[in-house]
Each structure stands twice: as C-alpha cells, then as structure tokens.
Design a protein around this ligand. Structure first.
Ligand code: GDP
Length: 196
C-alpha cells in the first residue's frame, strides 16, 4: 500500500533547510495533540516512526519520510502548543506559512483535527494559506473512536459543509488511530493526488 514501508529519511529544523527538490511532497499538519503522530504511525503501519512525545520548549523538527512510490511524506511540527513561548510559536506559524504558500513541490496537504474540536482558528489559518494554491487538502477528523456513531456523522457533515467555503478541492473523513479505521480512505485520496 501507499504508506506502508515508508522510511524515515531526515529531520530538519526549518523549512528553508529542505532540499530544493525531493520529489512530490505530501505534508501532514495539525494542532499539537490532535493526533498527527499517531495518524502517521497508523498509516505507515509501525510505531516510533513519528514520535508520540512532546517536550515543552524543545525544538520541533520537520520529519521527512520516503514512501514506496518515491513521494515524500513531510511531518510538519504541531501548532498551537500552549507551553511553547509565544515568540517561538509565532516563529513556527510564520515558517508554516512560508512552507504552505511557497513550496512548489508540495502537491497536497493532510490536515489533522481532533474530531471533538475541529476547525480551530489556527486550522483555519492553515486553510487560508494553502487553499488559495488550488492544491488539494484532505482533513482527517481523528480520535473518531471517542464519538459514538451519531455525533461522529454529525461532525463529519458539519465540517464538510464548513470546508466547502474554502474551495472545491477539500475533502474530509473520520479517522481513528486507536481503531485503525479510515486508513484505506486516506490511501485512496492521496493515491489519487499522486496518480497511482
Ligand atoms: P500529535 O501531537 O498531533 O502528534 O498527537 P499524538 O499522536 O501525540 O496524540 C495525542 C494524544 O492523543 C496521545 O495521548 C494519543 O494516544 C491520543 N490519540 C491519538 N490518536 C488517537 C485516536 O485515534 N484515538 C484515541 N482514543 N486517542 C488518540
């Protein structure tokens, strides 16, 4: 499958340290604690690939993984982490803006949101930067196992409706790393982006 056997390639401190071209890139972004590391680990099918740990104040790195088909999976630092000093948080948001608005090889964005707290102001900020590129965005509503079916479906419908305002190229699904549910749907979407 698409993500399985993705291999860790490099960690870098800043987007400007990225190699100018490393093939097509798919980026994963999300609010800190939304479940991004868990989702990446679930997709690639093994643990400890993206570290599920957070140390306050520690430099957050961009982790690059190489997928089977040659495309790069770019794990961006989580945003909005409350314990990081304001100045550093601002700096990170600025770097995310530069990467999302200017990176030519970035062909699509996976945006991770906690299904219980979707579309926070910072999530909307990310949409505001990337949606105008016209490139596709796929939202994973994670931790869907924490909602029962009715509320999960209601959340999905509500978020889908809200996302429509950002353009036609935005899709959304439920996802659970705990239940490993939603994996095939993500693979199908990203496979479509990569033409595989
Ligand atoms: P990140 O900061 O976005 O990388 O978030 P993590 O992947 O580190 O997850 C944050 C917390 O949410 C951890 O305690 C995870 O165990 C938990 N978590 C992540 N995904 C899920 C999920 O699908 N279901 C449940 N129940 N918990 C999850």
């Amino acid at each position: 499958s698409l993500f399985r056997a993705a291999r860790f390639e490099i960690s870098i401190a800043r987007p400007q340290d990225l190699p100018p071209s490393m093939g097509a890139e798919i980026a994963f972004a999300g609010r800190s604690n939304a479940g991004k590391s868990s989702a990446i680990n679930t997709l690639v099918g093994h643990t400890r690939l993206a570290f599920v740990s957070k140390t306050p104040g520690r430099t957050q790195l961009i982790n690059i993984f190489r997928m089977n088909n040659g495309a790069a999976l770019v794990d961006l630092p989580g945003y909005g982490y409350a314990k990081v000093p304001e100045a550093i948080r601002k700096q990170w948001v600025k770097l995310l803006e530069e990467y999302l608005t200017r990176r030519d090889s970035l062909i699509g964005l996976i945006l991770i949101m906690d299904s219980r707290h979707p579309l926070t102001p910072l999530d909307q900020q990310m949409l505001g930067w990337f949606a105008p590129t016209g490139r596709p965005i796929h939202v994973l509503l994670t931790k869907s196992d924490k909602l029962t079916r009715g509320p999960a479906m209601q959340t999905l419908a509500k978020v889908r409706k809200d996302l429509a305002a950002w353009g036609p190229n935005i899709s959304v699904q439920l996802f659970s790393s705990l239940k490993k549910s939603g994996v095939e749907e993500v693979e199908k979407v990203v496979g479509g982006w990569l033409g595989t």
